[in-house]
Design a protein around this ligand. Structure first.
Ligand SMILES: *Cc1c(COP(=O)(O)O)cnc(C)c1O
Length: 345
């Protein structure tokens, strides 16, 4: 078997949820969109549900329907994209709670499913999703007289604590929601770390649960080991991989491991990334190809059967930095070919 092994530590996931939960007095929900940030929404969701999570968020109704089947009827499943055309049956049958983003969505929802719960998403400056001030003013009374469960908004710059946008959005959220009686939520992972002013009644962490920045105290959750398919000797001056992009500066041992850009190990991480044999690091050399990565293992005392690319010494954020991207993108790109193994939880 040559597929990589993606080991997901559900105990670390739950520990991260508890640690984030302990930072506020608000309810701590969990964001499990994009298949639980690539780690498996069903498994992740069940572990968090057992730990006490009552409310989950996903991006689209289809994700919500799958999650409902995994989690059963006793938790609330909220949909960030709201109530889109074609979603009504799924929202009704699977008991999903859409976060209404436009006046059109509100009309659709109240006409199609008048008794069915919903939330409202407000735009406080990010200009991505949600009702703007004037729209909210025109529908707030109607919305709040119906089965509205929560009012939420999202911060654009929460991973930069000193960014003036945070305070600006906080002020705007107060302006738009002070005095209403339904629960309010503004903070994702970054917002939780900004402090209690940002917590309101509910917080909605995603990436921090999975061990990612900006939750610096997070435990790693994803471990990825890639089997070594072949090890060869190359002479000084020989080249490795597509485009001859690496030339051996000395007689070298090259390990070829199973995993490449088709598995989410994007080409851009070629320069600067390392693979690990325990705590010993070896450099990736040559280009990342579709299914394979080559590494210089000359300095390893023994020849490994597998090398790890995600682990305690190289987190999703370290790996992301090699590729000029963010941990979120590495996580959600993790491919379908890995054998996924779950421990703990
Ligand atoms: C993705 C998302 C979250 C979770 O954000 P993290 O930064 O991963 O914690 C929360 N709220 C909304 C609206 C989102 O889109």
């Amino acid at each position: 078997m040559s597929t990589g092994f993606l080991n997901v530590d559900l105990e670390a996931l739950v520990t991260n949820w508890r640690a984030l939960d302990a930072l506020s007095t608000a309810e701590t929900a969990a964001v499990v969109k994009a298949d639980g940030y690539g780690l498996g929404a069903g498994k992740v969701g069940r572990a968090l549900m057992r730990a006490g999570v009552k409310r989950f968020f996903v991006a689209v109704a289809e994700e919500g329907a799958i999650l409902r089947q995994a989690l059963g009827p006793n938790v609330e499943i909220c949909i960030f994209s709201g109530h889109m055309r074609g979603d009504t049956d799924m929202i009704g049958d699977m008991m999903l709670t859409p976060m209404i983003n436009t006046v059109g969505q509100l009309t659709r929802h109240l006409e199609a499913l008048p008794e069915h719960p919903f939330g409202i998403q407000l735009d406080t400056g990010m200009n991505r999703l949600g009702l703007e001030m004037s729209e909210w003013a025109s529908v707030a009374e109607i919305a709040l007289s119906q089965n509205c469960r929560m009012v939420i908004s999202h911060l654009a710059c929460a991973d930069e604590p000193d960014h003036p946008m945070n305070r600006q959005q906080l002020d705007q959220f107060h302006l738009m929601t002070d005095g209403i009686s339904v629960p309010r939520s503004l903070a994702a992972t970054g917002g939780i770390l900004l402090g209690p002013e940002y917590h309101f009644d509910m917080v909605r962490p995603g990436v921090g649960l999975y061990g990612g920045h900006p939750f610096a105290d997070a435990q790693p959750v994803a471990y990825l080991d890639l089997p070594v398919i072949q090890i060869r000797d190359v002479e000084e001056g020989e080249t490795v991989g597509y485009g001859n992009s690496w030339t051996a500066p000395r007689p070298s041992k090259i390990a070829t491991v199973s995993g490449g850009y088709a598995d989410g190990l994007i080409r851009a991480l070629g320069a600067g990334a390392h693979l690990y044999h325990g705590a010993q690091q070896v450099p990736v050399v040559g280009r990342v190809s579709m299914d394979l990565i080559t590494a210089d293992v000359t300095d390893l005392p023994d020849l490994p059967g597998a090398l790890s690319i995600l682990g305690p010494d190289q987190t999703v954020d370290t790996l992301a930095a090699c590729a000029g991207t963010i941990g979120y993108e590495i996580l959600t790109s993790l491919g379908a070919r890995y054998q996924r193994r779950y421990s703990g939880g």
